[in-house]
Design a binder for this molecule. Structure first.
Ligand SMILES: C[S@@+](CC[C@H](N)C(=O)[O-])C[C@H]1O[C@@H](n2cnc3c(N)ncnc32)[C@H](O)[C@@H]1O
Length: 190
């Protein structure tokens, strides 16, 4: 898959402009899953969106940043048990038993993980058979690279990591003018 920089004519606020559309797309992709874990959830913005969008979502956000998790307290308290946000390392989801969630999502987080392979394996452990992981991240050589210059993966690298971690029906594409990696894989074991 080409990772050639297609961002030259994009405005610097491109990602802000597509934020709402992406949230809606994530909602559509995960719709039907009742128990969802949001890995590297930050302030749980996506988890709050999902819980508010429809009845029936139960979302657990996990983030290693204590300050981010602290920001979610009010929303968690008001969520009637639909939202919980936990401080922890995604490579060790010790508070979750095997095969308990129907879907997992990681937005803009995979590239920040110190141990991405361990995280993907650990997420598969907690997914029920048939459960889906959705990864949404910036690709290498994208507008994000120009704006923030972090170590992003290529789509091929994400695909290889998902396969190595044991996911099946892996599908990886570039969306939004090549500026976002959209990757899914299923836990087919069990
Ligand atoms: C760029 S932020 C994205 C937050 C949110 N998903 C979003 O899209 O707004 C990446 C987050 O991943 C978290 N993170 C990095 N490594 C982590 C790990 N090993 N376990 C849990 N969270 C981690 C960081 O604390 C940070 O909040």
């Amino acid at each position: 898959m080409s990772t050639e920089d297609q961002s030259a004519d994009l405005p610097d606020d491109f990602y802000e402009k597509i934020h709402a559309k992406l949230q809606q797309r994530i909602y559509e992709e995960l719709r039907g899953a009742s128990d969802v874990v949001d890995i590297g959830c930050g302030d749980c913005g996506l988890a709050r969106y999902l819980v508010a969008a429809d009845e029936g979502w139960r979302v657990t956000g996990v983030d290693s940043g204590a300050a981010k998790i602290a920001e979610t307290e009010e929303a968690v308290a008001a969520s009637d048990g639909c939202l919980r946000c936990i401080e922890g390392d995604a490579a060790h989801l010790d508070f979750l038993a095997d095969a308990v969630v129907e879907a997992a999502v990681m937005t803009r987080a995979l590239h920040e993980m110190d141990e991405p392979a361990e995280v993907l394996a650990e997420v598969r452990r907690v997914l029920r058979p048939g459960g889906k992981l959705l990864i949404v991240d910036f690709p290498r050589d994208s507008l994000a690279q120009r704006l923030w210059d972090e170590d992003y993966f290529t789509p091929d690298e994400v695909e290889a990591m998902l396969r190595t971690a044991g996911y099946g029906e892996v599908a990886v594409s570039l969306i939004e003018r090549g500026q976002i990696i959209w990757a899914t894989g299923l836990n087919l074991s069990g």
